[in-house]
Design a protein around this ligand. Structure first.
Ligand code: PLP
Length: 436
C-alpha cells in the first residue's frame, strides 16, 4: 500500500480535502422543482408529466421518434434484447427466454449490464474482441465470428466510456448477415457519430437502442433508463411489457410475461431537471479529457482514443493506457493484485492506489467479459478466429487479446465534471510522481 506520508515520491503533495470522484451526479436545482411538481400534483407513480416531458425531450435530442422511460438502463437492455429475440425467433413459452438455443455476438470490454440480458433470455453470448482505435467491438473480429457461427442473427454493441465504436462497419456486417443490433448507448448519451456522411447521435444506431440515467452517467435521475426507437409498434410493446403486460380487459389479464420496469415520475423529475445541462456536462468532460491529454503528454502513456473525423464522444470517462515498456511488474488475481514499483515505470494498480491515497477515485478498465468467471466458458472471437486456447506448450507466442491488454495496461482517471482545474493538476502531478 502506498503511504504518502513516508513515500519520498509524494513529498510536498497534500491529499484532497473532499473526495474527487470518478463521475458523480451534478445537480443544478431544476431537478428539485420537477420532483416537487410531481409531489404537489400527486403524480407519484409511473405516470405523469415528467415522464411525458423527458420522453419527448430525449427523443428530440437524440433524433428518434419514440423514447420509453424505464427504471434502469438494464431494464431497457433487457426489453430491447427480448424484443430482438422475439422478432428473430418468435414468442417464447412463459418459462423460457426468447434466445434459447441461440448465439449472440457481444461487446467484450463493457459493463456486464450490456450483455446479461442475453443470459436472462437464455441465449449464449459470444464475445467479440476489441479494436485499438476506439476500444470498442472490432469489426474484423466480428467478421471472423460470422465465419465461425454463420447462423447468428443478433449483435449487442456498446460504446465504451462515451466513445462511439466503428458503427458504420458493424452495421454493414450486420446487414450482410441479416443480423439485428441492440445498441447500448448507456455511457454515450450525447456522443455523435458520422454514419454514411451524416452526423447522428448514439442511441439511434441499432435496431433497438438503450440509454441509462444511472447516478454516474453524463446526466442522471439517480436511476432510470430509456428504450429509443423509430418503431411505434416496438415502443408500444416495451411500454406494455414494462407495466406487467396487461391486456385490454377490465381485470388483470395476461397473455405474455410482464415486468415492473417503468420509470417513476419522481425519477423522471430529476432527469427533466438534468436534460438542459447535458451539453454543458459534455463540454466539461471534454475539457477534462483535453487537460489530462496535455498534462500527461510527457509520460509514456496515451489517452483513450477516438476517431476524430467520424465521431465526437461525450467524454464521459477519461482513461489512459501505459506504454508496454513503461509497465512495472503487476499481476492481478481474481480479487486481489500485486505490483512492484520500478524507476521510470508504473502500473495501473500503482497509479490507482496513489490516486486513492490522495482521496481521489479512479478505476481499472472494465474487465473484459470473456475473462469474467461467470462467462469464462463462453466463446471468444478475435481477429485470428477462436480466441480460446490460443497458446501451445510446444510453440512460442501467444494469441491476440486486445481487451485483456487494455485491461492490463489501462485505467480510468477521476473524471468528475465538478473537479476544478487545480484538483486535476494535482492528479496529473500524482501520476507523474508514480513514474519517478
Ligand atoms: C455500458 C453500460 N450498459 C448498461 C448499464 C446499465 O445501466 P443502469 O445502471 O441504468 O441499469 C451501464 C451502467 O450502469 C453501462 O455502463
Amino acid at each position: 500500500m502506498i503511504d504518502i506520508k513516508t513515500d519520498p515520491r509524494f513529498r510536498g503533495l497534500e491529499p484532497f480535502e473532499s473526495r474527487v470522484w470518478l463521475s458523480s451526479p451534478t445537480m443544478h436545482g431544476d431537478e428539485q422543482r420537477w420532483v416537487d411538481d410531481a409531489i404537489q400534483t400527486n403524480w407519484v407513480s409511473t405516470v405523469g408529466r415528467n415522464i411525458d416531458e423527458i420522453e419527448s425531450q430525449i427523443s428530440k435530442y437524440v433524433g428518434c421518434k419514440y423514447a420509453v422511460g424505464l427504471s434502469a438502463g438494464t431494464a431497457a437492455l433487457h426489453l430491447a434484447t427480448k424484443l430482438a429475440g422475439e422478432k428473430l425467433y418468435g414468442q417464447a413459452r412463459p418459462n423460457q427466454g426468447t434466445l434459447q438455443g441461440h448465439r449472440v455476438f457481444c461487446s467484450d470490454v463493457t459493463f456486464d449490464a450490456s450483455i446479461n440480458p442475453v443470459a436472462y433470455e437464455d441465449g449464449e453470448a459470444i464475445f467479440i474482441d476489441t479494436e485499438r482505435d476506439t476500444w470498442n467491438m472490432d469489426p474484423e473480429a466480428l467478421k471472423k465470428a460470422f465465419e465461425l457461427y454463420p447462423d447468428t442473427k443478433l449483435i449487442v454493441v456498446a460504446h465504451l466510456y462515451g466513445t462511439p465504436g466503428k458503427m458504420e462497419a458493424i452495421k454493414q456486417i450486420a446487414n450482410e448477415h441479416g443480423a439485428l443490433i441492440v445498441e447500448d448507448a448507456a455511457e454515450s448519451l450525447g456522443a455523435k457519430f458520422r454514419l454514411n456522411g451524416q452526423w447522428v447521435e448514439t442511441g439511434t444506431l441499432g435496431d433497438y437502442n438503450c440509454i441509462s440515467f444511472n447516478g454516474n452517467k453524463i446526466i442522471t435521475g439517480s436511476a432510470g433508463g430509456m428504450f429509443l426507437t423509430d418503431s411505434k409498434e416496438d415502443a408500444d410493446k416495451v411500454r406494455k411489457w414494462s407495466t406487467q403486460s396487461r391486456e385490454a380487459a377490465p381485470w388483470y389479464q395476461h397473455e405474455e410475461i410482464g415486468y415492473n420496469y417503468r420509470i417513476s415520475n419522481i425519477v423522471a423529475g430529476v432527469i427533466r431537471g438534468q436534460i438542459p445541462y447535458l451539453d454543458e456536462h459534455i463540454a466539461q468532460k471534454k475539457a477534462i479529457y483535453e487537460r489530462y491529454k496535455e498534462g500527461l503528454k510527457d509520460l509514456p502513456l496515451t489517452m483513450n482514443p477516438y476517431d476524430k473525423e467520424n465521431s465526437e464522444p461525450n467524454f464521459w470517462l477519461s482513461c489512459c493506457l501505459l506504454d508496454e515498456d513503461a509497465m512495472a511488474p503487476m499481476v492481478r488475481g481474481e480479487q486481489d493484485y500485486l505490483y512492484h514499483s520500478a524507476s521510470g515505470k508504473s502500473s495501473p494498480q500503482e497509479i490507482l492506489e496513489a490516486i486513492a491515497a490522495f482521496k481521489a477515485e479512479g478505476r481499472p478498465i472494465w474487465k473484459p467479459m470473456h475473462m469474467q468467471p461467470i462467462y469464462r466458458t463462453n466463446p471468444f472471437v478475435t481477429v485470428e478466429g477462436n480466441g480460446r486456447g490460443r497458446t501451445n506448450a510446444y510453440i512460442k507466442g501467444s494469441g491476440i487479446d486486445v481487451g485483456a491488454d487494455i485491461f492490463r495496461r489501462g485505467l480510468c482517471l477521476p473524471s468528475d465534471n465538478k473537479m476544478t482545474p487545480e484538483q486535476q493538476d494535482r492528479i496529473i502531478e500524482i501520476i507523474h510522481r508514480c513514474f519517478l
